[in-house]
Design a protein around this ligand. Structure first.
Ligand SMILES: [Ca+2]
Ligand SMILES: [Ca+2]
Length: 517
């Protein structure tokens, strides 16, 4: 147990990097903060009308979520890890309660264009294009996922519930042996291993041996953009998740941004997958406004490292602070699990106490938190391809995951986290201010001076209880006390300070108690 006034060198270095400022703060609070050893920097929140800043994103592999139409189940084998499992667009639409009820406000689905008819065996088992990344024809949908009418019906149903839809699109490559290689007109569009035309750099190499589009050709770009943007327009999509961004040139993405705005409106949202992306490495794509947001690959490892005690708390505090460096007007998308990485719960050996803390850190951090289908009900997954296992539906007769165990108490915690995030602008739009980083205790605030909102988050990763005292943020002026929203406890402030006690492996998410709430 310790009080922050007694904390050590790590905190002092933290303070020296962030000189206290009275701007935006009650002088008395600033004095109290200095006396207590906590520091709140001036906030620089700006108005931003984009509701994507407040979004919670849910990502589903269409084939693995829910089978709403058994009549389109070709090559389905639920027992085979690399086969189609029968999930489709209708299954998603039929089970939107699951996603909307969680508090998600945006849905990302895997590609649904027609896939190659066969499979590959390079991984030692029959691996089919159930994931949607091996296109055979970008101009029509794969009947195993559904029709264009099914996609439009899903988009309409999502919109009726206030959920935006991002479709995953691939501009870099086609599937193995795709029909594009057989058509005399289109086979010259692609670099392949067979023709010895694959390059050796990011842009021209054949990723995993997949035929690579010559996106330096205008006719190729026009064809692909017409296909993807045309579909988006016809079905009313809200944006794209862009696959393999760093394997296509910046010139292409700039033209794509221009055309998506011209054809689909200024709000059409683009989230890019740049492998390994973080606030600084994504900047080349943000600098020229090629996309609105990018996946934050650094988040999972940093959070798990902190929770497993692999690094100093002060280093994790610095990491969270660094995420604010993202270029203004652009967003990071943090995640704990995805179809391309081993999920957090598996990496934690099923330790749900730490997993809850990881989810709490995700939902109290900046950006658009992404939930990978099923992790919210304890789907452990595993290493690829087990990280793409079926959505667990418990005793509900929804295939392919009927009968698979699910943890609805964990889901209830996600619902609470999404609700807390929704009700506090500081969590979605605020800046980060580290307050205490000492031993196993991290305390930080998210501050939005524009909305006059502040939320204090405390996480104790250690095996023993910890106590800390913080100065009350100026945004709490006039409050009648403080509420721990995570544990649903009322906390008593003492003068201008608040003492937080945290049991082992626990967290608090504290906001001002408002009489009107
Ligand atoms: Ca089906
Ligand atoms: Ca390429």
């Amino acid at each position: 147990m310790f009080r922050c006034a007694e904390s050590g060198g790590g905190l002092l270095r933290l303070l020296s990097a962030r000189p206290p400022s009275a701007v935006g703060w009650l002088a008395i609070a600033a004095l109290a903060a200095m006396a207590l050893g906590t520091s709140y920097p001036a906030t620089a929140a700006v108005a931003d009308s984009s509701s994507w800043r407040d979004a919670v994103l849910y990502f589903a592999i269409v084939d693995r979520f829910a089978d709403g139409d058994p009549s389109n189940n070709l090559q389905v084998d639920i027992q085979a890890k690399g086969a189609f499992h029968g999930g489709d667009l209708k299954g998603l639409r039929d089970n939107l309660d699951e996603i909307a009820g969680l508090g998600a406000t945006a849905l990302w689905i895997t590609p649904v264009v027609k896939q190659i008819p066969g499979f590959v065996t390079g991984a030692g088992f029959a691996d089919w294009p159930y994931h949607g990344y091996w296109a055979d024809d970008f101009t029509r949908l794969d009947r195993r996922f559904g029709s264009e009418a099914d996609l439009k019906a899903l988009v309409d149903a999502c919109h009726a519930r206030g959920i935006k839809v991002l479709l995953d699109v691939v501009y870099n490559h086609v599937g193995y042996g795709s029909q594009y290689l057989k058509n005399p007109r289109t086979k010259t569009w692609l670099r392949t291993d067979e023709t010895g035309t694959c390059g050796s750099d990011d842009l021209t190499s054949c990723l995993l041996g997949l035929p690579d589009f010559k996106t330096e050709r205008k006719d190729v770009d026009d064809y692909l953009m017409e296909a993807h943007l045309g579909l988006a327009k016809r079905v009313g999509l809200d944006g794209f998740r862009l696959d393999t961004v760093k394997h296509v040139a910046h010139e292409f993405w700039r033209e794509h941004r221009k055309r998506s705005r011209a054809e689909l409106g200024p709000d059409f949202f683009l989230v890019g997958e740049v492998w390994g992306g973080d606030a600084s490495s994504l900047d080349p794509w943000f600098e020229q406004d090629e996309m609105d947001a990018g996946f934050d690959f650094s988040f999972q490892g940093s959070v798990l490292g902190f929770l497993l005690g692999r690094g100093r708390t002060v280093a994790f505090d610095r990491y969270l602070q660094s995420r604010d460096k993202v270029r203004r007007g652009h967003l990071l998308v943090p995640f704990l699990s995805s179809h391309d990485v081993t999920g957090a719960l598996h990496q934690l050996d099923g330790d749900k106490a730490r997993f809850r803390l990881a989810a709490l850190l995700e939902f109290t951090s900046s950006g658009i938190p992404m939930i990978y289908y099923g992790e919210e009900v304890g789907r452990t997954g595993g290493e690829w391809p087990e990280n793409r296992s079926d959505m667990p539906w418990g005793d509900r007769k929804i295939f392919p995951g009927a009968g698979k165990e699910r943890d609805d108490s964990l889901r209830a915690d996600y619902v609470r986290l999404a609700s807390i995030r929704r009700s506090h602008a500081a969590l979605t739009r605020g800046t980060y201010a580290g307050l205490i980083a000492d031993k196993d205790l991290l305390v930080f605030a998210r501050l939005d001076s524009l909305a006059r909102d502040a939320v204090v988050v405390a996480v104790n990763r250690g095996g023993e209880a910890a106590t800390a005292t913080i100065a009350l943020p100026v945004e709490w002026a006039g409050a009648s006390g403080a509420d721990d929203l995570w544990n649903r406890e009322s906390l008593a402030a003492s003068g201008d300070s608040l003492t937080l006690t945290l049991p082992a492996l626990s967290a608090r998410v504290v906001a001002a108690k408002r009489a009107e709430r």
